[in-house]
Design a protein around this ligand. Sequence first.
Ligand code: NAI
Ligand code: MG
Length: 353
Amino acid sequence: METYKIAVIAGDGVGPEVIGEAVRVLERAAALDGSFAFSFTHFPWGCEYYLKTGRMMPENGMEILKDFDAILLGAVGYPGVPDHISLRGLLLEIRHGFDQYVNLRPVRLLKGAPCPLAGRGPEDIRMTFVRENTEGEYAGSGAWLYQGRPEEVVIQDSVFSRRGTERVIRYAYELARKEGRTLTSVSKANALNYSMVFWDQIFKEVGEEYPDVETHSLLVDAAAMFMVKDPARFQIVVTSNLFGDILTDLGAAIAGGMGLAAGANLNPERTWPSMFEPIHGSAPDIAGKGIADPLASIWTAAQMLDFFGHEDWGAKVVDAIESLLSDKDRLTPDLGGRASTEECGKALADLLG
Ligand code: NAI
Ligand code: MG
């Protein structure tokens, strides 16, 4: 029997609350299937760890993580530790260090999920974002000169390598081909006259290998507008790190809210572990109350099942989320229900069988 070794970094705020339910669902799927299992190892890293040790994870953290098959992460960041420290010291370190260059984010409106767009339903909102995840605007390159002086200057570089740009765009073309869907590239070549002209050029170049894939290109501002006005035009979407970050929060808003938004950080070659995390943060405003929505984390667990080749279980989990959405009694308050995180997670696991 295959046993997947999973490193669990529950993290801060609602992280531990929601991750517990993702673990419950993964265990249930494995128990029902019988041909695979999970072994979970929990790491107490995050902001509390930082306040005690001065680090978000131990110095050899990456060394510890590298032997796992995958990482399941709740959320990191909490008032008391500056966000740029918590983000860089853990999340970005893992994304960059393990070359998780694809951030795969489903933006799919399930039946029964709230949608703020008038007259739109599940058939209109069914896209998959492929966000570049290791370089671009989040490469962490720049300078802060003459700090605190009147002549102070800050420079934040965007880094687009040919290898980095080609591989994420190629991943998106492959996905579009596999799923028989259109591919939309989102960039901004009119204003970003180096990085995004380059991006568009690579999108065209790689596209020559995929004449069967229907493509579209949009400027990011127009893409934001169309996601609201005409979301059905998007199927597979490929974009840079910053644009993908922003557009997928917009995506979360039109597809049921932060409580339902999942994401996977993939190292497609499987040289390093991939990391699965809901896209929401630690939600300090509701942390500790036991009312955080676990469905985003559970959807993330479904993506993990997909990644391990158990697409049948991945689909079953997403179907179970969809069935649960029609039963307000078992949903958390963000979706109009009164259930606790645990009640919602247990109900979901029970729907699996
Ligand atoms: P957030 O995503 O934590 O919260 C935004 C809003 O969504 C809040 O009203 C919150 O209550 C709600 N929300 C989020 N997750 C929810 C859930 N599972 N169920 C129900 N409601 C939910 O974003 P915010 O407040 O901007 O950031 C809080 C902290 O999280 C910051 O320190 C930030 O840096 C960090 N953060 C971490 C991320 C990560 O670990 N990947 C991503 C985004 C933020
Ligand atoms: Mg974000």
